[in-house]
Design a protein around this ligand. Structure first.
Ligand code: SAM
Length: 256
């Protein structure tokens, strides 16, 4: 899928907060090798280097657009590498694997999380945050609109099952290699401005693959149908703002 760094960064302040909340819970004083998986436009490079000033930071992503933005803004602060996280293997074992809002794009979390945690040094950390919106109105509406209408057949292959599992599953998958595991869920209530902000928010992320698959013919009709549902689910307040609740799952696992 093609990412638009500009559109994604439109909500940068809202999207940064969970990444900082995740970073704040990492119980490491020092880390020499730090990897940011699904690093996007380099969102966390400065915060990670501030927390771990002596670290060698590597950002991994498989979007050329995102990596180009990271390279443009933070060329010297990190090594930026184009790789698919599902196939990636570190050259040097990382003390910290950090991943904000990225691993929900990958399937088979049991194998993925065990494998990633396996790369981490003893005493090192796997720290992950993922959106957990599958059963929330924004994503239910997206699937409902995708499932009816002239685009239904074409969109079927793009409707993924829930990628994010239950906290107890991650606990079970990580525990055999872990000294400790900190798991928590949060619901942020974002105050957004403008028309159809929920639609705009998901258009640069979860909805993007569907919009790409729709093509010019149906894209506008699809957006109109979804906008109607989202307006009901997330009504605009008299003052012009819209509250957009958004669920996220966090975990910080320390390797035995
Ligand atoms: C929502 S963005 C998050 C970016 C950044 N971590 C942040 O906090 O702003 C998700 C990122 O994951 C990357 N991504 C998704 N699937 C990937 C995969 N299989 N391998 C590498 N990167 C992937 C996307 O290209 C995108 O840059």
């Amino acid at each position: 899928m093609r990412w638009s760094p500009d559109h994604y960064l439109k909500y940068a302040d809202h999207r940064l907060r969970p990444a900082l909340d995740l970073l704040a819970r990492i119980p490491l004083d020092q880390a020499e090798q730090v990897v940011d998986l699904g690093c996007g436009p380099g969102t966390m490079v400065e915060a990670l280097l501030q927390a771990f000033p002596t670290a060698e930071l590597t950002g991994i992503d498989n979007s050329e657009e995102m990596l180009a933005r990271a390279q443009e803004n933070f060329a010297n602060q990190a090594t930026w590498q184009n790789a698919d996280v599902a196939l990636w293997t570190p050259k040097t074992p990382p003390d910290l694997i950090f991943s904000n809002a990225a691993l929900h794009w990958l399937d088979d979390h049991e194998a993925l999380f065990s494998r990633l945690f396996g790369f981490v040094t003893s005493g090192g950390v796997l720290a992950v945050q993922m959106p957990n919106q599958f059963d929330q109105p924004s994503h239910v509406a997206m699937r409902e609109v995708a499932g009816v209408g002239p685009w239904a057949e074409a969109l079927k292959p793009f409707l993924r099952p829930a990628a994010v599992a239950k906290p107890e599953d991650y606990y079970a998958w990580l525990k055999p290699q872990a000294k400790s595991i900190d798991l928590w869920k949060t619901e942020y209530v974002h105050e957004l401005k403008g028309d159809d902000p929920a639609l705009d928010w998901i258009s640069s992320t979860a909805l993007n693959p569907l919009l790409e698959a729709l093509g010019e013919n149906h894209r506008e009709d699809f957006r109109t149908a979804l906008a109607q549902k989202l307006k009901k689910a997330y009504p605009k307040h008299q003052n012009g703002t819209t509250l957009f609740p958004f669920k996220r799952l966090f975990m910080v696992a320390v390797k035995a």
